[in-house]
Design a protein around this ligand. Structure first.
Ligand code: SAM
Length: 262
């Protein structure tokens, strides 16, 4: 685990409260609809985080056995409480404990960007999937395509002009080239890949809620801690984001790639 992939202490709670409904819930519902299409009985979720997509999978597939995994034990502990209808297990997507050909669907919502060896992790997904079954994953488009992370990046540039943290553009929004995703899936053993650009709408109670989520509930936190007082930096980022997105409830496009591989 590195400072780009760690969720510790209070981070799962902040992520879930501030970013879950705003950024991840819209795609969770979309993905669960796709997941239900061929009625899988055994489902494995990778990088499940706090369980935003897991909850939708449990709802969409009431008869399925859903195993939700994540690298970070703090995420697994939070997800376990939040979505008890799934079985939770710590696991690195690059070294899954599941036996070969043991599930009918693998799902990964906004996790692949964090994997250090993506084709290796995709090969693991391929290994645990029964023959001909699907791997569903999502990855964010570049920050410029979505107003919330774009406003965050501008706020970080304004707050820390000499040394703005690069985490958000580099990691969660750094894996957006469809050709690269297809090549990595091919290297992992998938030969039937469909990539669709999907834009959904995100909503949050305020720009400051988003700032709190990004600054305190993601690994951006570690980069900010190295640069100054975390609370003060988070407040300054919240002020800049409010100036960009406006006071009160905010709404914005969320642009992602939704990928089906077989
Ligand atoms: C942006 S969060 C997405 C969480 C969740 N899928 C959602 O939609 O809210 C990324 C997640 O990837 C997990 N992660 C990072 N590297 C991982 C790895 N190598 N294996 C499994 N999970 C990993 C993190 O712990 C984190 O929970």
């Amino acid at each position: 685990m590195t400072s780009d992939t760690a969720w510790l202490g209070s981070m799962p709670e902040t992520y879930d409260r501030c970013l879950g409904p705003a950024l991840f819930a819209p795609f969770a519902a979309h993905l669960a609809g796709l997941a239900a299409v061929d009625a899988p009985v055994r489902v494995l979720e990778l990088a499940a985080g706090t369980g935003v997509a897991t909850a939708e999978l449990v709802r969409a597939l009431p008869d399925a056995t859903i195993t939700a995994t994540d690298l970070n034990p703090a995420m697994v502990a939070w997800g376990c409480e939040r979505v008890p209808g799934a079985t939770w297990q710590p696991a690195d997507a690059g070294a899954l404990p599941q036996p070969d050909a043991s599930v009918e669907l693998v799902v990964c919502q906004f996790g692949a960007m964090f994997f250090p060896d993506r084709s290796g992790a995709f090969a693991e997904a391929r290994r645990v999937l029964a023959a001909g079954r699907r791997f569903l994953l999502t990855t964010w488009q570049a920050v410029e395509a979505s107003p919330f992370p774009a406003a965050l990046t501008d706020a970080l540039d304004a707050t820390l002009p000499d040394d703005p943290p690069t985490f958000v553009a580099r990691v969660p929004h750094g894996y957006h080239d469809p050709a690269q995703v297809e090549a990595d899936l091919a290297a992992g053993g998938f030969d039937d890949v469909a990539v669709e650009r999907v834009v959904l709408t995100g909503e949050a109670p305020s720009a400051r809620t988003l700032a709190e989520g990004f600054c305190l509930g993601t690994p951006l936190r570690f980069a900010l801690e190295q640069r100054g007082d975390l609370g003060a930096l988070c407040a300054a980022v919240g002020d800049h984001m409010t100036a960009t997105l406006g006071d009160g409830p905010v709404e914005g496009d969320l642009a992602a790639l939704v990928v089906t591989a077989r």
